[in-house]
Design a protein around this ligand. Sequence first.
Ligand code: OGA
Ligand code: MN
Length: 280
Amino acid sequence: MTTTLNTKRLTDAVGAEIIGLTTDDLRDDQVAEAVLAALEDYGVLVFRELRINPVDQVEFCTRLGEVDYEEGHHEVRGIYRITLDNAKRPNAHLMKGTFQWHMDGCTPLHDEAPQKATMLSAIAVAETGGETEFASTYAAYDALSEAERKHVDSLRVLHTLEASQSKTYPDPTPEQLAKWRARPSKEHPLVWTHATGRKSLVMGAHADHIVGMDIDEGRAVLDDLIIRATDPSVIYRHEWSVGDTVIWDNHGLMHRATPYASNSDREMLRTTVLGSEQIR
Ligand code: OGA
Ligand code: MN
């Protein structure tokens, strides 16, 4: 038997709302399977005011794949607290990096594959800003002309923590710089040919330059691709209400938070589903 979800497309390129599911429904393996399939189709799934509790959130994510149990400064294992408030967790201010378009996991510590999917639930929302925006990198590839595809198909890009952090902190201290540079950089193809056969672009604030190309010329190519991929006409912007849950496919999307105040109450609980597919 296959389970059919009641979905409502949110934009032409990306995103769907899943209507009428309760947290109880999420205990069903067939629902989990349907959610994975919808994630592949839509990239982002929105469960408005699902009000899932943290234990159930982690439990559901274990049905989607292997959960990341990295220390997340929350009493439930598998929950990672997203806030800019240093009183709520150490190094909270580092989350300002989420204000730039990015994919998670392009500069892994130990060569691990990028995370497959991320679930966020809203505990508290920002008074202004703090929406989360999503841009399909599958759609970005599909929108290229034949000539452009030929051009980008063989390009490789070096991804670094410094590239993304320096956009948030343009005047780093020597200590900050040293820390960023201690993180391994990673070369990825610009075009990811997924196991499914679909193709997407691998880019974001962490993309430093195109390997073997003049630095400025390569950056101009990357900037142009990112600007087109994130045009307001093709993205989905989620305006949060408390209790909303959103899950996204980190393999085929860039995402970012729109800026919100450092002293904002905004708090998201995140669970990450690890990936096993390397970018190739
Ligand atoms: C993340 C992230 C964006 C947000 O959790 O990886 O980028 O809106 N979050 O908090
Ligand atoms: Mn992120």
